[in-house]
Design a protein around this ligand. Structure first.
Ligand SMILES: Cc1cc2nc3c(=O)[nH]c(=O)nc-3n(C[C@H](O)[C@H](O)[C@H](O)COP(=O)(O)OP(=O)(O)OC[C@H]3O[C@@H](n4cnc5c(N)ncnc54)[C@H](O)[C@@H]3O)c2cc1C
Length: 466
């Protein structure tokens, strides 16, 4: 394979597509927001439509040139890092909202549309796509589909992929594939299932290893009329996970748009910073924060029911944390966290895992183990509530000038420990490649699909261990 060490462009860019190969222009395309090592592309092509992407992929397959696909570059798994050199396809030019069909309840967008832009368009119509990541201002819909997004909406709708009606995808040989109902000529996007196997699943979460997404159809939902937040403190994570299990089992999260859990270290740090005079001895050992959305009457009922359930599990309302942390995040549903906060020390390595709710104490034990074994790094963690199960995030803040090797080794150890604790990779990219490669029948099947759909192996070498 051409490894990108030659100088100058590798591919003839299609008419109308921008091509960059000056070293300075390539600088911004070396890495995403992960701690993983950058790569060095030889060329960037910025296409405008699926036909131009098909032309690039045909030529790249013939010349065996690696192709890395870039949306907003906000992922923390290194999927866009061009470690094998070659060409970065910058999808920022495919940024049209193609159709908003309120009758079908579907919006169709190109992959380079940013969440923030889509939300600005849908909000005046009283609509939302449900799942919105905290990086909404810069993250693209295509990146979210290819990297399994979560976030606001997960407590109600689960994962971004669950909200996909169908896709348009360009395969490595230039074939333009439509999935769901749109596979049938002239049917358009209105149903995900019904024809046969669901081919959307080939590329959702695929980190651009099997195809490039060029259109995405998503279900539309009414925006909640009102929102309010509440926090519940528990003595320990075991009591909190029993409480969340019951919320999920009884489907009591129907009015919750976002939910997350914070361990003792986070609680103490946040409260300590905001109220230095307060005695930390009385603070809870774990906290669950919920953002309710819906009609005002429904919200009042849902909140009262949730508080009663928390008390049954030994917990209680924790208004202080709601006020100093959770409530500040409310309102602007497209921008949950302070993005810059993640990079306060220099940078932050993030590892995201999915887990059954009852495993939350095990997940937190892994985090405690990371803290104990690598005290030079600053560790943080949180869980995001889904309709079923949880997503757990481990964050390692590090100084890139002096601790880059250490954080990479720490995240690799942490990935192994999480797997041993029954958690599974979420958002794989290159970060989880070693762990995914261990899942023998799953990975062997992925490799067979890869060999069939991308025989020259041009698409995102290294992602998912492929
Ligand atoms: C501080 C911080 C907070 C975050 N919070 C959240 C959060 O709340 N929820 C969440 O889900 N994520 C979160 N993320 C991760 C990330 O922002 C999201 O997953 C986002 O949706 C990724 O979109 P992107 O456009 O930046 O993708 P990129 O980083 O550009 O790409 C991600 C992957 O998708 C592939 N890809 C991109 N476009 C396409 C395409 N059209 N076809 C095929 N493959 C493609 C890339 O090759 C890469 O493998 C966070 C990241 C950071 C740094």
């Amino acid at each position: 394979m051409n490894d990108g060490t030659v100088l100058g462009p590798l591919l003839r860019a299609p008419d109308g597509a921008l091509s960059l190969d000056a070293p300075l222009d390539l600088l911004g395309y070396q890495r995403d927001c992960s701690a993983l090592r950058p790569g060095r592309a030889t060329q960037v092509v910025r296409p405008r439509d699926g036909a131009q992407i098909a032309a690039v992929l045909r030529e790249a397959s013939a010349a065996r040139v690696p192709i890395y696909v870039r949306g907003g570059g906000t992922m923390y798994a290194g999927g866009v890092n061009p470690v094998a050199g070659g060409v970065v396809l910058d999808l920022g030019g495919l940024d049209r909202i193609v159709d908003i069909d309120a009758d079908r309840g579907v919006v169709v967008v190109e992959p380079g549309v940013r969440f923030g832009t889509l939300a600005q368009t849908l909000t005046p119509l009283g609509l939302t796509i449900g799942i919105i990541p905290s990086t909404a201002p810069t993250a693209t819909i295509g990146g979210a589909a290819a990297a399994h997004a979560l976030g606001t909406g997960s407590a109600r709708f689960q994962s971004f992929a669950d909200e996909v009606v169908g896709l348009e995808v360009v395969l490595a040989d230039g074939t333009l594939l439509r999935t769901g109902s749109a596979a049938a000529q002239d049917a358009g996007f209105f149903h995900r299932y019904g024809i046969g196997p669901d081919l959307s699943g080939l590329v959702l979460g695929g980190d651009a290893t099997l195809g490039v997404i060029t259109k995405i159809a998503l279900w539309l939902h009414p925006l909640p009329a009102a929102r309010r937040t509440a926090c519940y403190g528990f003595a320990d994570p075991g009591a909190a996970s029993a409480f969340v299990t019951e919320l999920q089992r009884g489907e009591l999260l129907e009015h919750v748009w976002y939910g997350s859990g914070y361990e003792a270290a986070t609680i103490r740090a946040r409260v300590g910073a905001a109220r230095p005079a307060l005695d930390p001895a009385g603070l809870p050992g774990f906290c669950i924060g919920l953002d309710f959305g819906g009609e005002p009457d429904d919200l009042a009922r849902a909140e009262a029911r949730t508080l009663a359930l928390a008390r049954q599990h030994g917990g209680d309302a924790f208004p202080l944390f709601d006020e100093i942390y959770f409530e500040r995040l409310r309102g602007d549903q497209i921008y949950w966290y302070s993005f810059a906060g993640y990079f306060a020390r220099s940078r932050c390595g993030i590892l995201m895992a999915s887990l059954p709710t009852a495993r939350m104490p095990d997940f937190l034990d892994v985090l405690a183990g990371c803290r104990a074994s690598r005290p030079a790094l600053t560790w943080g963690g949180a869980v995001v509530l889904c309709r079923r199960g949880l997503h757990g995030g481990v964050m390692a803040f590090y100084d890139e000038a002096t601790q880059w090797d250490e954080v990479l080794a720490a995240l690799q150890d942490c990935a192994g420990a999480l797997r041993a604790a029954g958690c599974i990779p979420y958002k794989c990219g290159k970060q989880w490649a070693a762990e995914v490669s261990r899942m023998a029948p799953y990975h062997a099947t992925l490799r067979r699909l890869k060999a069939a759909l991308d025989p020259a192996g041009i698409l995102s070498p290294g992602n998912l261990g492929l």
